[in-house]
Structures are given as C-alpha cells and as structure tokens.
Design a protein around this ligand. Sequence first.
Ligand SMILES: NC(=O)c1ccc[n+]([C@@H]2O[C@H](COP(=O)([O-])OP(=O)(O)OC[C@H]3O[C@@H](n4cnc5c(N)ncnc54)[C@H](O)[C@@H]3O)[C@@H](O)[C@H]2O)c1
Length: 332
Amino acid sequence: MVVGAPEVESLMKKVLVTGAAGFIGYHLSERLLEEGNKVTGIDNLNSYYDVRLKKARLGRLIKRRRFRFHKADLADIKKTRVIFKAEAPDLVVHLAAQAGVRYSLENPRAYLKSNITGFLNVLEACRQFKIRRLIYASSSSVYGANTRLPFSVQDRTDAPLSLYGATKKSNELMAHAYGHLFKLQTTGLRFFTVYGPWGRPDMAYFLFTRNLLTGKPIQVFNRGNMRRDFTYIDDIVDGMISVTRLSKARPFYNLGSSKPVKLMDCIRLLEKYTRQKAKIRYAPMHPGDILETSADIRAARDDFGFFPKTNMKEGVKKFVDWYKGYYRVKTV
Ligand SMILES: NC(=O)c1ccc[n+]([C@@H]2O[C@H](COP(=O)([O-])OP(=O)(O)OC[C@H]3O[C@@H](n4cnc5c(N)ncnc54)[C@H](O)[C@@H]3O)[C@@H](O)[C@H]2O)c1
C-alpha cells in the first residue's frame, strides 16, 4: 500500500496565479509546480521595473510541463474573462498589482488601474466562472498610521499613509463584499517587506546592494531610524501554500517574520556580504513611509503553524549570492 498517495492526488490543483512574472508570483508558481499542481500564470509584464528580470523569472517557469502563461492586463475585463473561462481554475491566487509606496505619489493612476480596476475584474471573473476560493495579496501598508505594535489583524486599518495602502485596504473591503454576496471564500495576505533571490529592484535592500557593488552612494531616509519586519521569500511561500490547503481560512492573515530589524542593521549585513562599505546619503523621512512595521502572526501560527525559519543574516547572504550570480558580479 502506498501510504499517503491518494491524499497527494486530492491536493493537486489547477491554480491561476496573477503576477506570475513578479517576485512573489514567480516563487509561488515554482513551489506549486514542484508540488505537482498545474499553474496558469497571468502577467502584463509592465515596465515598472526591469522587464528582463520578469522575463528571466518567466523563462524558468515556462520550461515546466504543467505551466501555462497568458500575457494580459487584468484591467482588460474581456481578456480576463477569456482566460478564466478557458482555464477554469480551482483556485485563484491574485498577486498582480502596482506595488511600491513611494511610486504611488508619482503615478497614482497606475494604482487605480491595476489595484482597483484589475482587482474588480478578478472578482467579477471569479463570480462569473463560479470560482470558490480567492487568495490575494494585501500589505502591511494597510496598518498606515497605526502605532500599536506589533500590528494585529484585530487592529483598525482605516488610516493608510499612501495611495498604495489605500488601494490594498480597498481590496480587502471589495473582497469582503464579494464574499458575502457571491459565496466566494477570500483570504487577504498582508505581506511584510518580502525579500530574497529574484527580488524586486525597486525595494531598498535591492537598490542598496546594487549601489554598494557599483560604488555608488545609498539614500537612507530618516537617518536610518526605521525598523522593518523583513520576511524571507521562502517563508512567505510556505505560508501561502499552507493557506491554499486550509478548508476554512480567516479573511486576513499577517505574513511576516515577526522579528523587526533596524534598517541600519540590514545595511551592515549587506556591507558584510557584498564586502563593501556603504557611502550613505541621509534624506528626511518620506511622508508615505511607516516608521516601524512588525507583524503579529498569532492567527497564522494558530491556523496553519506558520513559523518563519530564515533569519536576516541567512536571508541577506542568500540574496547577495543570488544577486552576484544573476548580474555576474566579479568578486575579489
Ligand atoms: N514584495 C513585498 O514586500 C510586498 C509587500 C506587501 C505586499 N506585496 C504585494 O504582493 C504582490 C506581489 O508583489 P511582488 O513583490 O511580487 O511585486 P512584483 O511587482 O514583482 O509583481 C507583480 C506583478 O504583477 C504584474 N502586474 C501589475 N499590474 C498588472 C495588471 N494590471 N495586469 C497583469 N499583471 C500585472 C507585474 O508585471 C508584476 O510582474 C503585490 O500585490 C504587492 O502589492 C508585496
């Protein structure tokens, strides 16, 4: 008798992952495929950051037998419907979004297009094609001006500090309404500063690494007086996979390491693993930024044993190793 085989069978799913060429979408897709699921990816491959990196992630997924890809913009309802109809997924994991807090001050409309219209279109397609389950990316940014630490899913989230945070909060409200009206089970995952190999070039740890390795100065806001709950990508993917397996999930979970790190300590680790000394240029606090983020992960721990394993030292080393390999940085 093959113990466990039927259970593995029953766990196999057809999963639609939006934002599959993005940082988190790529890693999640890899893991879902490794675990025997079929994955359909959607991404519009927009140029918010280097499209070559998105294509490189995608290139690795496309080699996999059970992966299919549609280049499409979720703000286009017709295309979105066609894909949902053709793919008929068991589960949708919606990660496509215009990310970034600071960029939402420069290009607010990109956030409305992807995060509001795109999100509505995903909800509508779920409704039309009777999808039962939607897991989507929210963000620690919904906590905004909340000063009570660590941030708990019980805390109020009605004072976002950026349009990005406001769109993520809106997603949670929209998901709730659709869940209530159309029997769609939705779970919002509030991610806390996710980092790691194949990461996002607009994020501070990535920009710092690039500048350290090219001898350029790094810009540090608020004299570095900030703390972030940095969360390593593999821990985030572990948490997401657990959520896909829950028969009954809560409407939200915080996914963070729950061990906030001082920004300057992160810079010291990057210096150590790049073997470079940072040339720091201080800048005032950015009005859209939050001073400190810290995740209360008790709900995730209780419901699916969420236990982030990767400490900052290991995570930063793995990121720098990947960065040097990917960008062919010559080391001395
Ligand atoms: N990385 C983090 O630290 C973090 C923290 C909190 C929340 N999040 C959220 O997690 C999700 C994934 O983030 P990420 O870090 O992988 O970002 P990412 O930018 O690397 O990935 C998002 C992907 O979505 C695609 N996309 C954007 N708008 C689209 C549209 N209208 N139609 C189709 N594709 C579209 C982009 O091309 C990109 O490849 C996002 O919703 C983000 O807001 C990320």
